[in-house]
Design a protein around this ligand. Structure first.
Ligand code: PEP
Length: 248
């Protein structure tokens, strides 16, 4: 039985005081036993917030990492640095990183390798833009992203990966994919995993949905058979909203 994961992605939001207040609010939320809570916070706050959540059920994630372990890459953060401050999870391949920072499937496969080599868990994002959805090519598009970015890793390594399906047209737009659209794609992704590994691996892999998840739609989306929780942007910035999603 797969547990539920409620992951927040703060993106480039919250100053330090706001970050602390948000975590204080979330520490008051009763987290159901079968639910894992992960907050993707800006690098700058990881260390301090780690101290706040260390005795709780809340885990922190970085929103990115560099593909190299160390070196002359001004402004970058490596997986090994994250590991050294006790961070266990990193989000890779978010559509904003793909779009604004030119992260290709090939680069993401290198970042993934770097993260896994440090023993980090990875939330690996995929999802199609609107034009692809409208052309009815969304399954093939996601299959290419996963084939080129993810499926080169071993079955054992895949055990450290959570897939987040995030249709680009639903991210930050207020437009949520319907429960049928979400279930269809999650089912297809599970089939892709079964084809590349084994059905038992597909059964174990967590697949999250992301794209305008809110308290009002979380329960319906998370109830779909192939949906194991959500990766939540905007609604993870308010403790009461994210708290309701955690409990959905
Ligand atoms: C995201 O950034 O991963 C996301 C899904 O954002 P939002 O929930 O705001 O659509």
């Amino acid at each position: 039985m797969r547990k539920k994961i409620a992951a927040g992605n703060w993106k480039m939001n919250n100053n330090r005081d706001e970050a602390i207040a948000l975590v204080e609010g979330l520490l008051q939320v009763a987290i159901p036993d079968n639910t894992e809570v992960i907050l993707g916070v800006p690098y700058l706050y990881l260390h301090e917030l780690q101290g706040m959540v260390s005795d709780s059920q809340i885990q922190l994630a970085a929103q990115n990492c560099h593909q190299e372990k160390s070196g002359a890459y001004t402004g970058e953060i490596s997986a090994s640095m994250l590991k050294s401050i006790g961070i266990e999870t990193v989000i890779l391949g978010h559509s904003e990183r793909r779009e604004y920072f030119d992260e290709t499937d090939e680069l993401l496969s290198r970042k993934l390798r770097a993260a896994l080599d440090e023993g980090l868990k990875v939330i690996f994002c995929c999802g199609e833009p609107l034009s692809v959805r409208e052309a009815g090519e969304h399954v093939a598009y996601v299959k290419k992203q996963l084939t080129e970015g993810l499926f080169q890793i071993s079955e054992e390594d895949l055990g450290s990966v959570v897939i987040a399906y995030e249709p680009v047209w639903a991210i930050g737009t207020g437009v949520t994919a319907s429960k049928e659209q979400v279930q269809e794609m999650h089912h297809e992704i599970r089939k892709m995993i079964a084809d590349n590994y084994q059905p038992s691996v597909a059964d174990k892999t967590h697949i999250l949905y992301g794209g305008s998840v809110k308290p009002a739609n979380a329960a319906e989306l998370f109830a779909q058979p192939d949906v194991d929780g959500g990766l939540v942007g905007g609604a993870s910035l308010k403790a009461s909203d994210f708290g309701a999603i955690i409990q959905a």
